[in-house]
Each structure stands twice: as C-alpha cells, then as structure tokens.
Design a protein around this ligand. Sequence first.
Ligand SMILES: [Zn+2]
Length: 386
Amino acid sequence: MPSDMTDAPDMIEPVPRRTRSVLLAVGAVLVAMVVAVVAWVMVGPGVAIIDGRSVYVGFGASPAVLVRAHASNAPWGDFVSATGRVLRSGGGLPPTFTMEGRDLSPTSRIRPRDRVASVRGRDVAESIVTTTAPEPAPVRYEGEGPDQTVISSGTAGVALLKVGEVSGDVVQKTIVIEPVAKVMRRGAYPAGSLLVALTFDDGPWPGQTEAILDILKANDVKATFFMLSGAANHHKDLARRVFAEGHLIGNHSVNHKNLSKSTPDVVRFEIVNAADTIQAITGYRPVWFRPPGGNYNAAVLQIMAESGVKLAMWSTDTNDWRKPSPQDIAGRALAGQQQVKVVLMHDGGGDRSRTIAALPQVIAEYKARGYRFVTFDHVPPDQLPH
Ligand SMILES: [Zn+2]
C-alpha cells in the first residue's frame, strides 16, 4: 500500500488501460466459474447410487465417508464368540463397497452417478485363552433299586480348556488328568426297612396334580400316579410332568368303569387302550394296573395277565374321596404300623383340596417314623397288597 501512495502522482496517464484489462480478467474468471457451476449442475448434483438409493457424495467421497453417511443401511459384521455365536450385533468390521463387481479400496473416490453396492463387513471373533478346570468324576451305578450305597467316592480330574475370552465358550477340551469314577451300588432297601408307597388315583387333574407334585418335590418324595388315560389325554403336559419328575405312572383304565360288571371286550379295551394312550403321551408303558374301585374278578385277572399288566392294590385307604377333613385323611393315611404300606389317595375325580392339605403332614409323620418313600415297583413282591 505505501508504494501505491508514492505512485499516486503518476496515475493519470496509464491507469485507465490497466483497469480495463483487470476487469476483463475478473470477468473471464467469473464466466469460467459460472460455466463450471452450470456444467457441474448439468452433469449431476453430487449424487451416487448406493444399493439402489441416492446418496450425496459431493465432488467424490471415499468409502469411509460413505460408511458414515450410509451407516444405517449398509450392514456391519458382528462380534462373534470363538464358537461363532453372535455376541454383539454390528460389532465387527464396517461394510466394504464394490463398483461394477470390483472392490473399492479405502482411497477410491466415489463420484456422482457411480453405482455402488455395499458388502456386509466381516465378523470379528473374540480372542481364545487357555485355562484349566476340574473335570468332575463320573458316577457309575451297579445294580438296580431305590437304595444307593457309595462304594468309592472317586476323584476329580483336570481338564485343559481353550475358551473364548468374552463368552467363556469352550472351544477345545483336553483331559490332562483323568478323573476316577464314583461307584454307587443300587439295590433294594435292606430287609426289614420301613417302606411306604404313596399312590394317587384318577388324575391327572389340573391344579390338584400340580399341587401334589409341588409338595412331593419340596419333600424329595417319589410317588405313584394311577392315571385314567381319558384324563391324561385331556392333560398331556400334566401327565408328562408327572413322569418327568421321576414318579411312577400306573394304569387306572380309560374311563373308570367297574370291570367286574363289564364284558371281556370292554375290560380288554379299558386296560390295553389306557396303556397305549399313556405310552403315546409319556413314552412310558405302565405295567401296574389298579382296577377302578378295586373291583376285579377271575375273568378280569385273566385278561390283565393276557394284557401284560400286574395287579396293584393298596393296604391303607384314606377314603379321601368322601371328603373328610384333612385331619381325618392324615389320620387314616398314617393308621397302622405295618413294615410296608401302600396308601390310597386321589389327585383327580373331584375336589381334592383336603387331600392336598393333609399331604405335608402325612409325609412329615412317615419321615419321623423312619419310613422310606418308594414307588409301587419297589414294594417287595412278598409284601404286595391284594
Ligand atoms: Zn379310581
């Protein structure tokens, strides 16, 4: 600026020509800019087609810019466990892009009107770490029966594990020290043991059978349920729950007919069809058959033998179906001091709320007297009631 000031006295002659040429140059630049803007607008407003959608790319965007602009549409890879489970959806690598079948490198520019397709980003797997864990001793059983005696306690081994660092999933397991099996001997309870078989007839019955199962489970007691297949058919899940919880299922006929007054064909149907139905529902074919009302005769016994079922009666009748008080039911269930007892109660056939109310006391008192609870198949053969 100071030089312009000193030049000032000379400006009168040459300046008009220089001003004109400067104006011309500025004008040419402006025209060129207008032409460029018009040309750019005509070529395209900065839009590329990504996966069929228009995305603004300006004068050309890199794939990284597209990932941000397009993040909600182009799929990222997942963060996965060492076994391939998805641990965090979208926690893997960002998507990549292809143009006309060729991969776009991170430094490629995407220009207006390019047609680009996204490719799902790669998954990222967690790291794998090595650790050790105790390998539990397996249990080996010898013999059959409700009584269990430990023969040898066994020892745990050691396993070398390769596990996912985040998921804990085991990828590889190598036993470096073999465990030694625990051995249990199963058998009948020793001769002279006090045994009681709780039996429940006429179910399954919604609400009541569950309540009884809950009480038995809470007291770690296994019992026997003589089911009507007609009821089991209506409440299949309940029949399956009885079986799944380790109770024995007995056959109590289809429809609770008095078999002593039925024709042989009806007797056969009531026994065999009930066994077929219960087997279809639970997978278990009941062996023990309790005739409805305890009614049987020589003809019924003959058909039972031909049908492959065995007679299952009781020694202690609670008469709970007559709906006495819970105290009465408990008193009858506990009456008598026999070494082996089979107690008759009902989970179905009507309101059994009194039976349910009496049951905890019955179980507690039998335990206090030193009885062990068995399912009907573990009643000693010479002690079967009939
Ligand atoms: Zn019955």
